[in-house]
Design a binder for this molecule. Structure first.
Ligand code: V47
Length: 625
């Protein structure tokens, strides 16, 4: 709890207060934190922010790094990986040898390499295409902004065309490499042939606009100053405010190797690594995740970093060259079991994920799901039951984990609850509206009846809202539309006539508008005006096989959190509104629009909805390419 902390360094007190109030930190705050020697306080603050965002979860992915060639037209000072064409250690991988590196258990491939002087554009496209064909379920994270810029110039294609063609071939996300430090001073000294901040950011924003989420990095621990590190973070934060397309931030600890940049060959200190992780978590308030990249940090420091604000460990990696050519002392790959052990040692919950950070499986007992939206805050704000571990997960994914019994309880989307009823019993809590909800919204170009035969984009998160939309369209308005499921994160909304958004994203767009979609329909209000009933979006349920004492203690902890929340709505509004751009008052009013207790009217509403839902035809789904 932030409120219980008391840093030894008085310079951190105003920063602690800001963090406690959920306020954005300034450049000066960043510099103060780097100058502070109170590393423990920085770690505690960052860990508290991490817990608030990702609960006890720490993510990892079963991945395979592939560096198709080290032949590179650049000769950057800090890089020991690149080879000039014809050098004895130069290598080039064939398509077959790339494919041979991917085994069936791999969930993500991470491709990045040298800027090859003669490989044709078709080779890169074929690389992505053939991986996609051979391994349809693998996420392909490929090519840094530096490579994209190289393709753009060499093959005389616009950046947008390069990205769109790669996306068409099967690219899922882009890695965050090549950012180095956004300082012209450092660029001139260490990598003057490489693109600087402007083009790097422009390429990432272009990717986001196409619906390609990306990562971001900072190469630290060489000749950059503290101020330059902070300015780098601020530029990333600004870009993220604009697009929301960054998934995770990765501070890359410089490996001195034979680069000659650090004649004394010293590595970054563990203190500097941990401070950089913590300060990144605190400054980048709009980045969902912070990665502890064990390859460059070492396994030991990466494990400690999980209590300093990091919530992601990258993955098994399966062989890495860039850092190891520069003297990294970590192994070149880790087993899944080793990663799980490290995460457990840090006291966190290991969650295997895909490249989009969708949880695939959870490796712990007594995990309780948390819907990561403002409307669920009252269940967790004062939840105090150390035995249970909290995992934030969007409604649809929570259903998937519950079916595998990897979580013991949570507020399940109503439609999901129907499918797990045999194993889970209802608790007396729910998320129901009073009349309108303001966070389940259809943004549309026209009225309801104009949607006949039109394409509606559906956020990946929803399970019940989409059924409600379907029921409203078919029963209330007699309209049949085509539904297209979006990827998580960012998306290109051109070509759609309406978009269904839920949760904080919907709240945010409701306040600031969604360009091109002028009309906004609140689905709960539509339902209320039609049925004169509340709408129940989620019901709390608990695994039937759980010992009764555990059920009782979970029930009591939830009840107590709700009781305290109900008398602290103004405080909760102030704490949580800012994150999504709402004033304290707007957030309070929003929270007060919910009923969290499952009563007779809520049960009646569930029965009516289930009946109507059973009568509508199957949803007509179209895959988003
Ligand atoms: O861009 C090069 C860096 C990066 C050195 O997006 C060095 O999930 C340290 O970006 N010491 C490539 N770093 C790696 C990278 C990455 C890694 C893991 C995950 C993700 C992700 C991205 O490695 C390069 C450069 O900044 N690098 N030389 C060196 N001597």
């Amino acid at each position: 709890m932030i409120s219980a902390m008391s840093p030894r360094d008085p310079a951190l007190h105003p920063i602690l207060e800001k963090v406690g109030r959920g306020e954005r930190l300034s450049r000066e705050d960043g510099i103060t934190m780097f100058r502070s020697t109170d590393v423990v306080a920085l770690g505690q603050m960052a860990n508290a922010v991490k817990q608030e965002r990702s609960g006890d979860a720490v993510y990892y992915v079963f991945n395979q790094k592939i560096e198709p060639t080290n032949v590179c037209v650049l000769t950057c000072e800090f890089c020991d990986f690149a080879a000039v064409p014809g050098a004895a250690h130069a290598y080039e991988m064939s398509l077959q040898s790339i494919l041979d590196r991917i085994t069936p258990e791999v969930h993500e491939v991470h491709i990045t390499g040298g800027l090859h002087p003669t490989w044709p554009w078709e080779y890169y496209l074929e690389m992505i295409r053939s991986i996609r064909q051979r391994f349809p379920d693998v996420d392909i994270k490929a090519f840094t902004a530096v490579e994209i810029d190289f393709f753009h110039k060499k093959f005389k294609l616009s950046v947008q065309d390069v990205l769109a063609q790669l996306q068409e071939a099967g690219l899922s996300t882009m890695p965050g490499g090549g950012a180095e430090v956004f300082s012209e001073r450092v660029r001139e000294k260490l990598f003057h042939q490489k693109i600087g901040a402007g083009p790097w950011l422009a390429i990432h924003k272009a990717a986001h606009r196409l619906g390609i989420p990306t990562n971001a990095t900072l190469l630290y621990g060489h000749i950059e100053t503290i101020e330059e590190r902070i300015d780098h973070l601020l530029r990333l934060r600004e870009a993220q405010d604009e697009t929301g397309g960054f998934l995770t931030f990765i501070p890359l600890a410089f490996q001195p190797g034979n680069t000659g940049i650090k004649p004394t060959h010293e590595y970054t200190s563990a203190i500097d690594d941990l401070k950089t992780i913590a300060i990144s978590r605190l400054m980048l308030d709009n980045f969902p995740h912070i990665k502890a990249y064990w390859v460059m940090l070492t396994e030991e420091v990466a494990t400690i970093a999980l209590n300093f604000g990091a919530d992601d460990m990258d993955g098994t990696v399966g062989g890495e060259k860039i850092a190891h050519d520069a003297g990294a002392q970590s192994p070149t790959a880790l087993t899944k079991e080793r990663l799980v052990k490290m995460i457990r040692e840090a006291g966190k919950v290991p969650v295997e994920r895909d490249a989009f950070f969708n949880p695939l499986s959870v490796d712990a007992e007594f995990v309780v799901g948390k819907i990561p939206y403002l409307n669920s805050v009252p269940f967790y704000a004062f939840f105090d039951s150390p035995e249970e571990k909290i995992l934030p997960v969007v409604p649809r994914r929570m259903g998937i984990l519950a079916r595998k019994k990897e979580i013991i309880s949570g507020p399940f989307s109503l439609m999901d609850y129907v499918s797990i009823e045999n194993d889970f019993e209802l608790m007396e809590f729910c998320i129901a509206t009073r009349d309108q909800v303001k966070s389940v919204l259809l943004f549309s170009k026209g009225g309801w009846r104009d949607l006949e035969g039109k394409r509606i984009a559906i956020t990946d998160d929803t399970a019940t809202s989409i059924r409600l939309l379907h029921v409203l369209l078919e029963h209330k308005y007699g309209v049949h539309a085509e539904f297209v499921r979006l990827h998580p994160g960012v998306n290109d909304l051109r070509g759609f006539d309406a978009v269904l958004l839920i949760g904080d994203e919907a709240l945010h767009c409701n306040k600031y508008g969604l360009p091109g979609f002028e009309l906004v329909f609140d689905l709960a209000r539509e339902w209320y005006e039609w049925q004169k009933l509340p709408f129940v979006f989620a019901v709390w349920a608990v695994l039937r096989s759980l010992p009764e004492v555990r059920k009782a203690s979970l029930h009591d902890a939830l009840k107590e959190s709700l009781r305290r929340s109900e008398t602290s709505m103004a405080w909760l509004g102030a704490q949580h509104g800012k994150r999504i751009g709402l004033t304290a008052e707007e957030a309070r009013e929003f929270l007060e629009g919910f009923n969290y207790h499952l009563g007779d009217r809520e049960r009646e509403a569930i029965t009516v909805f289930k009946k109507l839902n059973a009568q509508v035809k199957q949803i007509l789904w179209t895959l988003n390419s």
